[in-house]
Structure formats: structure tokens, C-alpha cells
Write a protein that binds this ligand. Structure first.
Ligand SMILES: *Cc1c(COP(=O)(O)O)cnc(C)c1O
Length: 375
């Protein structure tokens, strides 16, 4: 007898999400010192969390024996204020990934479907599969969401459409005008998710929250504290939606899904504009450097509006392994159907130049230890 015969059938083919490799794992497997290794694989913040967030979390530890405020009054108030919304428009998740799961709980049944772009965040598809729903993947010319084609792909079983802007793993964006037309063209029975995990890194951030302010019932904007805020380990993110949609999602969550340390850290981080600006500036400088280097190495890359760059290297898996042996962890893209590409996170300038130096050894024979000049 196998217990699998009694589990939900869709779980059999579900392949678990493959995250970036932790530094400690690589150190153990290759006998390296953790301090020799750099991880530029998971779009984390190279500056770490805001010092104000760290201070707030330390203080919150003293009350760790008390259950969190399940309604997260202070944090939801602060988020609402930032966007000109009300607390009832805000839902917190254990990472915005959890809010993605709430949408599945709330809307998907076996046989339903979601619409996504071809090369986008893997979690949407995995979440749909968890609920026995299909994923309709729409072709993405130049790795960019084709919003009219996505709207056209919606059918009577479509419940959710995901727009990842900027898109992970390509760093491409859709324009505000395209978003406006898209929201008008999608039927109100379909939930439109704008996943904006990286929106703060854009030169000109888009505004999907205006659709919520205007009273659209079916728009959900997702934001996270994991990226520009540097709080990925805390697991906290949020959704913004009409009060009615937010209330639907609230009913699917555990009462204490956002822990008290995370609420305290997120609140302090949210208010620390200075740390966010420092991160944005460092990212922009590093992104431009990496893109210049790829160009001078003759590598094709996708111009990015985010804190990572997708670059074509030939055999991505092989390069991932070679770089890892040398203590540089990047992300192979074969699980995204892009075996010739890698995705690299913008790090500190020291990390960026180390990566380029190591990359140069494998990309540009005759091998040389010189750092390419990257003009
Ligand atoms: C990192 C990321 C998130 C956020 O994940 P958390 O669960 O908040 O850590 C959401 N969407 C995309 C596309 C991401 O890359």
C-alpha cells in the first residue's frame, strides 16, 4: 500500500520549487569557508536589512511569548497610509508567496485555470497545480508580457491572471498604458494579480494601486519586504485589493500568519526611506556595470529594470556548477525552460566585479585573471 494512492492526485506531479542554493550548503558540499562564498542567486538585498528594522526586531523579541496581533493593526495602517488606502484594503502574508496561495484557496477548483506569461515566476504555476488547476502560458516576445494576448487567452474557466512587473526572471516591464488597457479588457470575474516584488527598482515605477483606488473589484497588487527592504528571512509581504477581495482572502489565512518579529521589522523598514534609496542607488549602479560587462564580453542579456539580469551564457547549468566550485552562487535557468541562460542578482560592487572576473574565465578564452574593463 502507498499513502500516495490516498493523497490528492495533483500532488504526484508537483515538483517542489527550487530556490537559490544557500551559502552553508555550498560550503559543506565543496569544503569552502562560508566567508569565501558570495550568493547572488535569489535577488536578496546586498546591504542587508535596514538598521532601524533590526533595532525594532530586537525590541520585539522581548515579547515573543505573546501571540502576534492577528489583525496587524499598526503595520496594515502604515501600509494603507503609504498608498492612500484603508486598512481593510491590506492583507499580510508570510511572504507575498503566501498571498499567492490565498488566491488559490479562494478561487481555484480542479479544472479551473490561470493565465501567465511564458517565462515568469515559477510559483504561479506551482500554486495552480496545488489546487488542481491548469496554467495557460502565453508567448512572451523578448521576454516581455504580451498583455493583449494574455487578455485574449482568458476563457470561461480562467479565474486568475498574473502580471509580474518587473518580470522575474527577465527584468522586463509593461507600460502604464498597457496596464490601463489590460485592466479594462479583462472581465471583472477574473482576478488580475500585479506582482510587483521588484517595482521599487524601476526608474519610473508603475501604478497598479490606482485601479484599487478607482474601485476596481478584481485587482490585487502584491508587494514584499523580501527584496528592496532586505527582509527575505522574515517572511512578510502584502496584498492590496478592494475591501471585498481583501476580505475574501482574509478568510483563507491562518489567524497568526504574520509573526510579531516580522510585523515589527517590516513596520520600521517601511518607514526607512533612506535605506531603500541606498539600495536603489546601489542596484542601479551595479546593474549598469553588469550590463556593460556582458556587452563587452559579447554576451546577450535582457536589459533589466530590476535587481537581477538574465544573461545568455551557452550552458547555464554547467556554468552554475563551475562558478559554484569557485564560491560564486548564481541561478541556472533550466527549470524556467531557459537552459542557455543564467540569472544573476546585482550585489555590492565588490561582489559584481568578483562575479565578472570569474565569469570571464569561462566565457572568454584564453582565460585571464584580468577583470574586463566593461566600458
Ligand atoms: C521574490 C519574489 C516574490 C516575493 O516573495 P516573498 O514570498 O515575499 O519572499 C514575489 N514574486 C516574485 C516574482 C518574486 O521574485
Amino acid at each position: 500500500m502507498s499513502i500516495w494512492n490516498y493523497a490528492n492526485p495533483q500532488l504526484r506531479d508537483l515538483v517542489a520549487y527550487e530556490p537559490g542554493k544557500p551559502i552553508e550548503d555550498v560550503a559543506r558540499e565543496l569544503g569552502l569557508e562560508p566567508s569565501e562564498i558570495i550568493k547572488i542567486a535569489s535577488n536578496e538585498n546586498p546591504l542587508g536589512p535596514s538598521p532601524k528594522a533590526v533595532e525594532a526586531m530586537r525590541a520585539a523579541l522581548e515579547s515573543a511569548h505573546i501571540y502576534p496581533d492577528g489583525g496587524a493593526y499598526l503595520l496594515r495602517e502604515a501600509i494603507a497610509k503609504k498608498f492612500g488606502l484603508e486598512r481593510a484594503n491590506v492583507i499580510l502574508g508570510n511572504g507575498s508567496s503566501e498571498v499567492i496561495e490565498f488566491i488559490g484557496h479562494a478561487f481555484l477548483q480542479p479544472g479551473d485555470n490561470i493565465v501567465t506569461s511564458r517565462h515568469t515566476f515559477a510559483i504561479y504555476h506551482l500554486m495552480a497545480q496545488l489546487f488542481g488547476a491548469e496554467t495557460i502560458e502565453v508567448a512572451d516576445p523578448h521576454f516581455t508580457h504580451d498583455l493583449p494576448a494574455m487578455a485574449a487567452a482568458i476563457n470561461e474557466r480562467t479565474k486568475i491572471v498574473f502580471v509580474n512587473n518587473p518580470n522575474n526572471p527577465s527584468g522586463t516591464v509593461v507600460s502604464q498604458a498597457e496596464m490601463d488597457a489590460f485592466v479594462k479588457s479583462v472581465p471583472e470575474r477574473v482576478v488580475i494579480v500585479f506582482d510587483e516584488a521588484y517595482v521599487e527598482f524601476m526608474d519610473e515605477p508603475r501604478d497598479s494601486v490606482k485601479f484599487i483606488r478607482e474601485g476596481r473589484p478584481n485587482v490585487l497588487t502584491l508587494r514584499t519586504f523580501s527584496k528592496i527592504q532586505g527582509l527575505a528571512g522574515l517572511r512578510i509581504g502584502y496584498g492590496l485589493a478592494s475591501k471585498e477581495l481583501a476580505e475574501v482572502l482574509q478568510r483563507t489565512r491562518e489567524p497568526f500568519n504574520a509573526n510579531s518579529i516580522a510585523q515589527a521589522g517590516a513596520l520600521a523598514g517601511l518607514l526607512d526611506e533612506e535605506h531603500q534609496k541606498a539600495t536603489r542607488d546601489l542596484t542601479k549602479e551595479g546593474r549598469e556595470y553588469l550590463q556593460r560587462c556582458f556587452a563587452s564580453l559579447g554576451l546577450k542579456y535582457v536589459p533589466s529594470q530590476s535587481n537581477f539580469v538574465l544573461v545568455k551564457v551557452g550552458n547555464g547549468k554547467w556554468l552554475f556548477q563551475e562558478l559554484q566550485k569557485r564560491g560564486v552562487i548564481i541561478r541556472a535557468m533550466d527549470s524556467y525552460g531557459l537552459p542557455e541562460w543564467i540569472r544573476v542578482t546585482v550585489g555590492t560592487m565588490e561582489e559584481n566585479t568578483r562575479f565578472i572576473r570569474e565569469l570571464n574565465l569561462f566565457i572568454n578564452p584564453p582565460r585571464t585573471q584580468d577583470v574586463p574593463k566593461c566600458h
